[in-house]
Write a protein that binds this ligand. Structure first.
Ligand SMILES: [Fe+2]
Length: 230
């Protein structure tokens, strides 16, 4: 992805969350020079991978296959003794027909929440022992109500609705056509997107960035690249 494209997505996000009356923590708006002035007091932000996360999953077309995320809170996946948090919260923004490809997590258990905007569609399958798609029906909990779906069935989440996805359920999601973009919440166990995702078809979780302009705000995948607190 080009840095200029990421900057536009960030600007649109800031506008959209303002309309939705959702607020991000202050570090969301730190500029590169602010990051560079910080020292060990921001260790938790770096080690728990907090911050902006924008990816096209290597597709080259963010609008078709891509996702904006912002990790608001998290623990440390690799060393749980370092931080007390056993949970993670993310903001996600999904556009109409913008696909997050089919994947499951080895460890993470998550609630995906439609917090406002359009309608979120989620295709689900059980995952078998070999990480393949099972043909078995899928039983899920939607806000505490048990529901049955066929393998590959599509769950629709309207604003306010949420689904619990245990680690053995493959999921793929997008915004339903004609209903607008969606402010999605994710509450989960501690997360590490560098190692905990299994994509059904091979995908790049983090995009390679072409630096055609200065970053507006840093992605958490940028902290190392820009030498923040190292
Ligand atoms: Fe997921």
């Amino acid at each position: 992805m080009k840095r200029s494209e990421i900057n536009v997505i960030m600007r649109n996000t800031v506008e959209f969350i303002k309309e939705q009356k959702f607020y991000l923590p202050q570090f969301a708006y730190w500029r590169l020079e602010d990051w560079k002035r910080k020292g060990s007091e921001i260790q938790e932000i770096i080690e728990c991978q907090l911050g902006w996360d924008i990816t096209d999953f290597g597709s080259g077309d963010f609008n078709t296959t891509g996702l904006l995320m912002f990790t608001i809170r998290n623990g440390n996946f690799q060393d749980s003794s370092k931080y007390a948090k056993t949970y993670c919260e993310k903001l996600l923004i999904t556009e109409e027909e913008q696909i997050t490809p089919l994947h499951h997590h080895y460890s993470k258990r998550e609630d995906i929440i439609n917090r406002g905007g359009g309608i979120l569609q989620i295709k689900i399958y059980k995952c078998d022992e070999e990480d393949e798609l099972s043909e078995d029906p899928v039983v899920v909990s939607i806000d505490g109500v048990k529901k049955n779906y066929e393998a590959g069935g599509i769950v629709e989440l309207h604003p306010g609705d949420s689904i619990y996805l245990p680690s053995n359920i493959y999921h793929k999601f997008w915004g339903k056509k004609g209903y607008g973009k969606i402010l999605v919440g994710e509450i989960s166990t501690v997360n590490d997107d560098y190692i905990d995702n299994k994509f059904y078809e091979e995908r790049k979780r983090f995009s390679t960035i072409e630096e055609d302009e200065e970053p507006l705000y840093l992605l958490y995948d940028d902290y190392k690249k820009f030498g923040i607190f190292d």
